[in-house]
Design a protein around this ligand. Structure first.
Ligand SMILES: [Zn+2]
Length: 120
């Protein structure tokens, strides 16, 4: 599946499959993914992101040529189902060059997203 169709599909990620309800966006947090441009390597496992992502306050804190990762939490107002989406992109001047999008639907990334102390 190409990157474009993957992103198009991800537009529906904020819908609860069981309730057919639009979920609320509850948290949006920016991270630095320590991989340099040209050396992007896809990872699907939550453990990798828990180990590697470094929380940053704003995009300007990410050095040039390093990937960014947005963590977005959606919560269904009906059943409380929670989904964490990771959007990985390379910041290029004012644009975002999207690389990958992953969904974690079983709380795999709760430690990361809800960790108060960024652990840096
Ligand atoms: Zn629901």
């Amino acid at each position: 599946m190409g990157i474009f169709s993957k992103l198009k599909a991800s537009l529906r990620d904020d819908w609860c499959g069981s309730c057919r309800t639009q979920m609320d966006e509850t948290v949006r947090q920016l991270y630095m993914l320590p991989m340099t441009v040209g050396h992007y390597c896809p990872h699907k496992d939550a453990e990798y992101y828990k180990r590697s992502l470094r929380r940053v306050a704003r995009r300007a804190e990410i050095p040039p040529g390093i990937y960014a990762c947005e963590g977005i939490v959606y919560r269904c107002p009906e059943c409380g189902h929670r989904v964490v989406k990771l959007l990985i992109y390379l910041p290029v001047r004012d644009r975002k060059k999207y690389e990958d999008a992953y969904l974690f639907e079983h709380g795999e990334l709760d430690d990361l997203i809800f960790r108060q102390d960024a652990g840096m």
